[in-house]
Design a protein around this ligand. Structure first.
Ligand SMILES: NC(=O)c1ccc[n+]([C@@H]2O[C@H](COP(=O)([O-])OP(=O)(O)OC[C@H]3O[C@@H](n4cnc5c(N)ncnc54)[C@H](OP(=O)(O)O)[C@@H]3O)[C@@H](O)[C@H]2O)c1
Length: 258
């Protein structure tokens, strides 16, 4: 069993959940290139490597596609069944009720488009796991950024008009094991509950005991290169593994950091 993107936040959580797997960092396999010799005997690949710089993809769409589409094709070339991790950013966010697996995607950003094309590149023998707003005790993520800012400042401005499901990578990794019992296809696997980034920031400060105020702002006040969906709550209508509430994920993550 292989894990790609073994140095990323999800890759590390998968390596803990699947100690029997070999976790490869980018230095061991740059997935934009064909697989190095010796990997063709794999029985299953948990494909967590991706170009995840959402804003950076707008400036360099070709490189993002080389990893997210071409790289996924290279992983599929190994011939083993694979788990491909996709994103809520395949949706445009115009809905006001949760997106289920049968809803049509319409990505707003280069990143979202490359991840959607990556779903196709994963092939027929793949579990396509769409998750959302992932965070963990390592890597670059919103929780770690808020902990740093909350320790430095008395107030942070956070957008309050994007709504999603912040998903703890440890919970996503555990759900992956359950998912392997289900048929191939698209599965929505995100934390229970929903919130805005501002709600999430407040929860981080509360749970971490930081005395920092959240000033709620609109996305328009914080222009960024890539558009984000304003609503990307994911739910399953076909019996995907259920995850704990995002607040439980946050507590577990903070426990790990402590
Ligand atoms: N982050 C989110 O909010 C979110 C939400 C939904 C779905 N997802 C999906 O979940 C998966 C895991 O993401 P994550 O949150 O764990 O992000 P992450 O921490 O950025 O991990 C991505 C990993 O992929 C590696 N990588 C990048 N380009 C590579 C290449 N060409 N070859 C091999 N490895 C490469 C990165 O290595 P370096 O560290 O060396 O760059 C990094 O270790 C991705 O498919 C992502 O699209 C993420």
């Amino acid at each position: 069993m292989l894990i790609t993107g073994g140095g990323g936040q999800l890759g590390r959580a998968l390596a803990e959940e699947f100690p029997e797997a070999r976790a490869l960092t980018r230095a061991e396999w740059d997935v934009a290139l064909p697989a190095p010799p010796g990997l063709v005997e794999s029985e299953l690949v948990l494909h967590a490597a991706a170009w995840t710089d959402v804003d950076g993809a707008e400036d360099d769409p070709q490189s993002a596609a080389a990893v997210n589409v071409g790289g996924t094709g290279n992983v599929a070339e190994l011939g083993a069944p694979l788990v491909y991790y996709s994103t809520d950013y395949v949706f445009d966010g115009r809905a006001r009720t949760p997106y289920v697996e049968s809803d049509g995607p319409n990505p707003l950003s280069v990143y979202g488009r490359t991840k959607l094309h990556g779903e196709a590149a994963a092939g027929e023998r793949a579990w396509i796991v769409r998750s959302s707003w992932t965070f963990g005790a390592t890597g670059h993520n919103f929780v770690r950024t808020m902990l740093r800012l909350g320790a430095e400042r008395g107030e942070v401005a956070v957008v309050d008009d994007q709504r999603g499901c912040p998903t703890y990578v440890g919970h996503l990794a555990a759900a992956t094991r359950e998912l392997l019992e289900r048929p191939f296809g698209i599965w929505h696997v995100a934390a229970a509950g929903e919130c805005t980034w501002a709600d999430f920031a407040e929860a981080v400060f509360e749970e971490a005991g930081l005395d920092c105020r959240v000033r709620r702002i609109a996305t328009a006040e914080l222009p960024r290169p890539a558009p984000r969906p304003s609503y990307s709550v994911l739910r399953s209508d076909k019996g995907a593994p259920q995850l704990p509430h995002w607040r439980d994920g946050l507590r577990e993550c903070l426990g790990r950091l402590a």
